[in-house]
Design a binder for this molecule. Structure first.
Ligand SMILES: NC(=O)c1ccc[n+]([C@@H]2O[C@H](COP(=O)([O-])OP(=O)(O)OC[C@H]3O[C@@H](n4cnc5c(N)ncnc54)[C@H](OP(=O)(O)O)[C@@H]3O)[C@@H](O)[C@H]2O)c1
Length: 292
């Protein structure tokens, strides 16, 4: 079935997800507007209110304070974007009377696997371990109170743009130093394109159903497995030492096992995000092409 053209307003134009969405929507009939922080700071409502006049059919919030470690010492900055900014976008969506698709994180969970047998579902209790996760959870709750709010929790986003783990591993692999990566933190590495495609499928669905959904790839991996696969795809032979988190202390605590099941997304929307290795391959290939 051919999808209808919609007017999609996206906040956070230069981030990993927004960049993927810009590329993906380029080959659709949708009319899009990507708004960057330079013209609209989501934490300042007066800078975003005017966008209601663009008459969007749907708003996507791809903007966020995402510096997990810096958030520990910049809690008010993180709160301003992830809580106040989200609340401002809900107000905008309410005024326009349109759905708001908002992105959240597996870091709303504490990752204590012993307390549950399966991967996290939307029903599971949240308990963020860090400031970033706390602000993202607060943002989720605000969106979910809006009758047309959709929250998509995702994990370990990777892409060929911006600052991210894939680039870091490729850079470190080219240096003449041992490579050590933690293997006791697990998530569901999801490429920005995989997430962007899921968002477009939601937008293209006949009826946008509000609620909370996990939107992450299949498979699940530790950071060490993720790093190993990056080098494998890149064809780089270099050993990566698997280390415990205790040997790589960072300011923010992270969940040990935050793997999420995206079964609800499949049940309600028929959307299935593929295996993480499938999403990662084009990301690594693109970065390798850029280098050559
Ligand atoms: N990255 C991950 O591994 C990961 C994992 C789970 C969930 N998520 C969530 O997924 C979503 C997308 O993440 P991402 O990796 O695409 O993020 P990203 O690359 O860090 O991009 C975030 C974007 O938000 C913009 N922004 C920050 N503060 C803003 C403000 N006050 N007003 C307007 N724009 C602002 C940034 O602009 P500047 O470039 O100007 O700073 C940037 O363009 C976020 O909600 C994030 O919390 C990410």
């Amino acid at each position: 079935m051919k999808s209808l053209s919609k007017r999609i307003l996206v906040f956070g134009s230069s981030g990993q997800l927004a960049t993927a969405l810009r590329y993906l929507t380029g080959s659709t009939a949708h009319d899009t507007k990507f708004v960057g922080r330079d013209s609209a700071d989501i934490s300042a409502i007066e800078t975003i209110s005017e966008f209601v006049q663009w008459n969007p059919d749907v708003i996507v919030n791809a903007a966020a304070y995402t510096a997990v470690d810096a958030a520990e010492s910049e809690a008010s900055e993180a709160h301003a974007v992830n809580v106040t900014g989200t609340s401002n976008l809900v107000s905008l969506a309410e005024r326009a009377d349109v759905p708001l698709i908002h992105i959240s994180t597996d870091y709303v969970f504490d990752g204590h696997r012993l307390s549950r047998p399966d991967w996290y579902s939307e029903e599971d209790e949240t308990n963020p371990l860090n400031v970033y996760g706390l602000t993202k959870l607060e943002g989720e709750n605000i969106v979910l109170q809006y009758g047309k709010g959709i929250v998509l929790r995702t994990s370990f986003i990777n892409s060929s743009t911006g600052k991210n783990f894939v680039k870091t591993i490729l850079r470190l692999a080219s240096q003449d130093l041992p490579l050590r990566v933690v293997d006791d933190q697990l998530g569901c590495p999801t490429s920005a394109s995989q997430l962007g495609e899921a968002i477009l499928q939601i937008i293209d669905s006949s009826e946008i159903q509000p609620g909370l959904f996990h939107a992450a790839s299949k498979g699940g991996a530790s950071w060490w497995e993720f790093a190993t696969e990056i080098l494998n795809i890149a064809g780089i032979e270099k050993e990566i030492e698997a280390i415990p988190t205790s040997e790589f202390p960072l300011p923010a605590k992270r969940p040990a096992d935050a793997r999420m099941s995206s079964a609800k997304l499949k049940e309600q929307y028929g959307i299935e995000i593929a295996d993480w290795k499938q999403g990662l391959r084009p990301v690594v290939k693109e970065l390798m092409n850029e280098r050559s």
